[in-house]
Structure formats: structure tokens, C-alpha cells
Design a protein around this ligand. Structure first.
Ligand code: NOJ
Length: 751
């Protein structure tokens, strides 16, 4: 029986199609606002030629920012012809309005463009790099940061960010480890959801929310030898237990788009990989949004050796389930021909076009294509003081105190500081890579300026000492003299911002240039003075030498626009450091890949790590890292006691509650991240020696105690055993600690 509502839709549809036929340009305004989006999309698609539908699947770069090889394209001409559905690398209310006008006013159907951009860790107000954000283990702060990024980006015409990057990163050589949440599946998945919620908000039709994009699907972080874009080969167990879960988490959080990875996965490049896009993403996870390729990834199927030529590549990509072509020109050049000659089914193009149009409806672009191009709003929103303040707080929360011997930190404002190092006054690198529309020319607060807020000028003796790279030691003496005249030495060192990020893999993960030599020289000159090393870098570094030389080490990643202030807040104890490493810092590159939840092997070394023959170890290094995952000190001390399990045996429908009491036994108020780890002792496939299953950040006043508890169900214990997702009865070890570096003491049994 057809109900009244259905009849109303049918009537609407007929009216819509009829009215649009008479004046197709105004199709948008003729569709009743009451109609559901899919009805509107159907109406619109009835009017579209095959070429126009293909046009919706094409994305070009405006070139304001360069994020890939330049491909010549005549954007404006293609837009006017109705051959472009989306643009990237264009921003500002005026810039996007000008291009939007071409699409809306000069094409036959007036379909608005979608503007995408890499809003990765902020748009104008830049937050710490993503690896740093992950070190806060603070989901609220991460969501808030991406909300602010969305506020600013949307005020400058952006509808869509190519973020979050949720690739698990376990190889510090890989430059893009900086852009993700580190090595862990659970932490990475929780953070992935926080980003999506922050960008997309609770209502996509609001003009201050933007589409998120889960990237790079999938395995990008597992590039062989840490070389960007390199081959990825892994078993389905690793794929499903480690690399896929953060992506599935974004689907749960309602992410609207996905981006393909550049790499191949087990012999099939991701951009042509039906298994990951059709079988997993669409069929298993029921993802309804659209999929965009990475930059020129369709054309790259040719050098991959998977497609004979670009036309063949176009066919492979659409067949694999890819909806939008970023910068390959492949869809524009070949899709129509492929359909006409019968090698591509037109329904695939209809599906892709439908998904893209639906997204444009969700954003409200058909109601008002210029709703994100409001110059007044742009002026009011970017760099709001509260955004800069939030970035300052994030910079403090993301800093990880790796080492603090002899109370090198916090500093106090009665002392004179020798401030040394190539990054001490830096305002260019401090905002890190992938800094969207961030300002490298002076907007950022340097560490020097941050320290000035506490000490003024008279107690700071500055000397650069050396550059980030190169062999020049001519400024060493000046730096040594500064150190001799001061009470404490603060050295701000690290990498150049473009030593991490895309296509920035390194074969050496030590501090570049002469920086370590400068620390050595100063250590020798002032053997009894405290040396505090403040680091900015986009990856775990090999800090074995620095660990011996410095009394305190504060990892600040690249802390962003307000970075210098946030870092100074930590140095002077206004903010007691609470960051924990989201990734392992090795002793030496030779240990890579090294991560906390490795397998045990058949010949493990005993927990206290002695050298033994014929065991799985190195003859020239311990197995243990320099700083483990989850590690991060505070100016106070936290003691963990009284572990309680609600049961020692649970059934498959039970919940186990594990709790611990944490006491702040030191001299400062502070925050601690309590981490729940589990070890499934025997499985139908071997299980990692430790797996993070929960965490909670708590604030404890000096002397205060709190009980933290976690609920664990069989859902949390599931894994893929190369056949199915399963949870198997048996013994599990369990612990709640402030780091991943511990031995288990408690067990429970699952019946
Ligand atoms: C290539 C990068 O891999 C991807 O992450 C980015 O979103 C696109 N370029 C667009 O800039």
C-alpha cells in the first residue's frame, strides 16, 4: 500500500523533474526543501548526462599549496564545462567563492563544488603535530582541537579535510609517522574517533563543520624499510588486528569519506584493491560515504606495474570501488569512453556520483553554495584569542618529560638561563609539517618568547650555537660562554619541519647536523650544571647519546603556533607534564621495528633482559627500547597500589572490573594517564605480549589518592585468527600501570 508520504514524494519527484526540465540550471531551488536528500539526488541525476556525472568524480588542485607533483590542468575551463566536482588546495572566503561562482553560475546544472584541504593539526591556529597530540592521551583535547580547526577552515571556504590520518606507525624512519597517533591500535582507534567528532561535529549542515576523511586506506604506515610509498606485505591477521581497526573506528564515528593509500597491499595497489574497498569497507563495514584517491594515485597504478596504461588504471580504480579521482585526470579522460565501449558498468559511475552529491546535500551546499565563503565570518573566526589559548594548553599537554634527573626541571624564575640551540628562537619549524594555512613567518610564539614571559630579558643568555643541519661549529664557543655564565642550560634542538611528513623518510634518526656535538661540548665545559634538552621533531629519535648527556629531556614534538608559551609553561611548572609516549623510542635504529606489543617468539629472553645464547636478542644491544610506549614523567610521583579484580574467572557474557588506587606522593599537583594492559597467554594464533585495552587520565592533588577502574568484556578480547574474529577461553594477564614497561602480576580466566 502506498502511504501518503510516499505519494507526496512521488508527486514531488514528478514536479521536480518536470520543473527542472524546463529550467535545469535552477534544479536546486525547484526541489522541495522537505524532500529527503536521496530523493533530491535522484531528481538531479535524472537530468545529468554521463559526462556531468563523471565530472562530479573529478578533483583538481588550485595550487595555492603544493601537496603533490604538479599536473597541468586547466581548472577553470573544466569547472565551467561541468567536468569538476571538487577542488583541493584553494582556501579563503574569496578564493573559494570565485571558483564556486564558476560552478554555480556558469555550468548547465549549477552543481556546487566541494573544497577539500589538508587540515591536519589546525588550519590557521596550529596545534602540535598529530604524533604530539596523541601524546596527550586526551581525547577531549584532541576533539576540541579539531573542532577549532574546523571552525577556522570552514570560515575560509573549506568543506572537507583530508584528515584524520589513522595509519598505525611503527617505523620512525617513515616521515609520516608524525601525522598519525603512533603505534597502538587501541589508542589510535580512540583518537581517530575524537578527530572525526571534532571535524564533523554533531550536524554536518552547520556551516562550521567539515567532512572528515579517514586515510590512507590501508597499510600505509607499514611501508617496507620506512620508505614512503613503499611496498606493504602483511598477513590478514596483522591487517585486521592492527591496521584496520582505527579505520573501522572512524566508520563507527560516522566519518563521511575515505582516502586510498599510495602503497600496494599484498601485491594489489590500494587504489585498485577490491578486497579492501568493496569487501571490507562497503560490505563488512557498510560504509556509505565516498572514497577519494590519494593525489594522482590512479595514474600511479601504471608505474606500480598493475595497469598497462592510464585508461586501464581508470577502469581498475572504479571497479575497485573508488568514487573520486584526485588529480589523475583519469576519470575525466577515460571513464566515458570506458562506459561507451562496455568495459565499465555505468551503474558504478551513478553510484559514485550519487554518493558525492549526497554529501554536498548534507553540507547544505545546494541550499547555499556560498555558505562557507563569508568574508565577515572569516575575519571574526581565524586566530581567535581562545583558539590560541587552546593551542597553548595543547602544547603543554602534549609535551612528554622523557627524563628528569636531579630535579633539572622545573625551572624557577630566580635563575639565569643559557638558552641555546637552532630551534630556540625558531618560528618557522615550530608549527611542524602539514601545517595547513599556518604562518611560518612570525605568528608563532618561539620557545625564547615563551621563556621571556617568565624571565624577562635580563636572565636569558641566548646563543644559537649551530644550525639544525650542516657542519658549522663556528658558533660553539659563544654557546659555551653562555652556558658558563648561566645557572642552568636549556638547549632547544631537533629536526627541521620538513624532515618529517610526506616523502621525508630518514635512514638516520639521530639529531641532525652538529647538535649532539654541541651538547657534548657544553657538557664538557659545564660538567656540574643542569642541561635541559627541549626537543622538536616529527618522529621518535635515537637519543641514546643525549640521554647520557642531558639531565632532563622534554619532548615537545612540533608544538604549534602557541608552542613556545605552552612549552615554557611546562619548563616553569605552571603545567606539570602529563604526556605519555604514543610510540616507542628505540635505543638504536637497528632495533626498528620496535613497539611494545610485539610477539614473544619461541626463544624469548627472561623479563630482566640478560644476555643468553640462542635467545631472541641482539649481541650488541638490549632488546628494550630507550623510552617505551606509554612512558612519560611528571614533576610529582604516582604510586599504583591495591589492584582489585571483580572476579578471577569470568564467563563469556560477564564483565570484569579491574581497579587500582593511584596516589600522588610527590610535591606537585598533577595528571596521570592510567593504562590498562592485557596479555592473552595462549591463542589459536599467537597473541602480543601486551595489549592496551583502556586508559584514563586523572588529576590528583598533592597527597591525593583516587581509584581508577576499567570494565572489560569479551568484546575487548576479540582478535582475528586468520579465519574469523574470536575470543578464546583461557588465561589472561592484566595490569594497570603508568607505562607499558612492567611485568604482569595478576591473572584472570575466561571460561
Ligand atoms: C598526498 C597525501 O598522501 C595525502 O595525505 C594528502 O591528503 C593529499 N596529498 C592531498 O594533499
Amino acid at each position: 500500500m502506498i502511504n501518503t508520504l510516499t505519494k507526496a514524494y512521488i508527486f514531488l519527484l514528478i514536479m521536480t523533474v518536470f520543473s527542472c526540465r524546463t529550467d535545469s540550471k535552477n534544479v536546486v531551488s525547484k526541489v522541495s526543501n522537505e524532500a529527503p536528500f536521496d530523493v533530491k539526488v535522484d531528481s538531479l541525476m535524472r537530468l545529468m548526462t554521463l559526462q556531468e556525472k563523471i565530472g562530479q568524480t573529478v578533483m583538481y588542485s588550485g595550487g595555492w599549496t603544493v601537496t603533490g607533483p604538479t599536473v597541468s590542468s586547466n581548472n577553470k575551463k573544466y569547472i565551467k564545462e561541468g567536468n569538476v566536482g571538487a577542488m583541493l588546495n584553494v582556501y579563503s572566503a574569496k578564493g573559494t567563492r570565485d571558483l564556486q561562482k564558476l560552478a554555480v553560475e556558469e555550468t548547465r546544472l549549477g552543481i556546487p563544488l566541494l573544497f577539500g584541504y589538508d587540515v591536519i593539526h589546525g588550519f590557521r591556529t596550529i596545534f602540535p603535530i598529530n604524533l604530539g597530540l596523541a601524546a596527550s592521551w586526551d581525547l577531549e583535547d584532541i576533539e576540541k582541537g579539531s573542532r577549532i580547526a574546523a571552525e577556522e577552515a570552514s570560515a575560509e571556504g573549506i568543506h572537507w579535510t583530508f584528515a584524520p590520518m589513522v595509519d598505525i606507525g611503527r617505523d620512525p624512519r617513515w616521515g609520516r609517522i608524525s601525522e598519525g597517533a603512533g603505534e597502538d591500535v587501541y589508542l589510535g582507534s580512540e583518537i581517530a574517533k575524537a578527530y572525526v567528532k571534532g571535524f564533523q561535529g554533531d550536524d554536518l549542515s552547520k556551516h562550521n563543520t567539515i567532512l572528515a576523511c579517514a586515510k590512507h586506506f590501508v597499510g600505509y604506515g607499514a611501508a617496507q624499510a620506512g620508505r614512503d610509498y613503499h611496498t606493504v606485505n602483511m598477513g590478514e591477521d596483522e591487517l585486521r588486528n592492527v591496521y584496520l581497526p582505527p579505520f573501522e573506528a572512524t566508520v563507527e564515528a560516522g566519518v563521511e569519506t575515505f582516502m586510498t593509500a599510495f602503497n600496494e597491499v599484498n601485491g594489489v595497489p590500494a587504489t585498485a584493491n577490491k578486497f579492501i574497498f568493496r569487501d571490507i569497507l562497503r560490505d563488512e563495514w557498510n560504509f556509505n560515504g565516498f572514497v577519494v584517491t590519494d593525489y594522482t594515485a590512479i595514474n600511479e597504478l601504471v608505474p606500480h606495474g598493475f595497469a598497462e596504461d592510464e585508461k586501464h588504471a581508470t577502469k581498475l580504480a572504479i571497479n575497485a570501488g573508488i568514487d573520486m579521482d584526485m588529480m589523475s585526470s583519469a576519470n575525466r579522460l577515460y571513464l566515458e569512453e570506458l562506459v561507451n565501449e562496455g568495459s565499465v558498468d555505468e551503474t558504478l559511475i551513478n553510484d559514485a556520483c550519487r554518493r558525492i552529491l549526497l554529501t554536498k546535500y548534507k553540507l547544505g551546499l545546494f541550499d547555499d553554495p556560498y555558505r562557507y565563503c563569508d568574508e565577515q565570518r572569516e575575519k571574526e573566526v581565524v586566530y581567535k584569542p581562545e583558539f590560541l589559548e587552546a593551542a597553548r594548553k595543547s602544547a603543554a599537554m602534549c609535551s612528554v618529560l622523557l627524563k628528569n634527573e636531579g630535579k633539572g626541571l622545573p625551572l624557577n624564575n630566580s635563575q639565569t638561563i643559557a638558552l641555546i640551540g637552532p630551534l630556540a628562537k625558531d618560528k618557522e619549524n615550530i608549527i611542524g609539517n602539514w601545517a595547513a594555512a599556518g604562518d611560518r613567518k612570525g605568528k608563532a610564539i618561539s620557545v625564547h618568547e615563551g621563556i621571556q614571559e617568565y624571565l624577562g630579558d635580563s636572565k636569558i643568555i641566548y646563543a644559537k650555537g649551530c644550525e639544525i643541519e650542516g657542519d658549522d661549529k663556528s658558533e660553539f664557543n659563544r654557546a659555551i660562554n653562555a652556558a658558563k655564565r648561566a645557572d642552568k642550560v636549556v638547549m632547544v634542538m631537533g629536526e627541521d619541519y620538513d624532515m618529517s611528513g610526506e616523502a621525508a623518510s630518514r635512514t638516520n634518526i639521530k639529531l641532525p647536523g652538529r647538535q649532539t656535538d654541541l651538547i657534548k661540548a657544553i657538557r664538557k665545559a659545564v660538567p656540574n650544571k643542569k642541561i635541559i634538552l627541549v626537543l622538536m621533531n616529527g618522529r621518535p629519535l635515537d637519543l641514546s647519546e643525549e640521554d647520557h648527556l642531558a639531565d632532563a629531556i622534554l619532548e615537545t614534538w612540533f608544538p604549534g603556533t602557541s608552542g613556545g608559551s605552552g612549552v615554557a609553561d611546562v619548563l616553569f611548572g605552571t603545567y606539570n607534564p602529563s604526556g605519555k609516549l604514543p610510540v616507542t623510542f628505540p635505543r638504536t635504529l637497528g632495533q626498528v621495528p620496535i613497539y611494545y606489543n610485539m610477539k614473544n617468539t619461541g626463544r624469548p629472553i627472561p623479563p630482566n633482559n640478560p644476555k643468553e645464547d640462542y635467545k631472541s636478542n641482539y649481541i650488541d644491544s638490549p632488546n628494550t627500547p630507550l623510552y617505551p610506549f606509554g612512558h612519560g614523567l611528571s614533576y610529582t610521583n604516582f604510586e599504583y597500589s591495591d589492584v582489585q579484580l571483580s572476579a578471577t574467572t569470568i564467563g563469556s557474557s560477564d564483565t570484569l572490573t579491574a581497579s587500582v588506587t593511584i596516589t600522588n606522593t610527590g610535591d606537585y599537583d598533577g595528571s596521570e594517564v592510567a593504562q590498562l594492559y592485557v596479555h592473552d597467554k595462549v591463542g589459536s594464533i599467537t597473541r602480543p605480549v601486551k595489549e592496551l585495552k583502556g586508559f584514563e587520565k586523572i588529576v590528583l592533588k598533592k597527597g591525593e589518592s583516587k581509584t581508577v577502574s576499567f570494565d572489560l568484556t569479551v568484546e575487548d578480547l576479540k582478535f582475528y585468527n586468520n579465519d574469523t574474529f574470536t575470543v578464546e577461553p583461557g588465561t589472561f594477564e592484566i595490569a594497570i600501570k603508568g607505562t607499558s614497561d612492567f611485568n604482569f602480576e595478576h591473572i584472570f580466566t575466561l571460561e
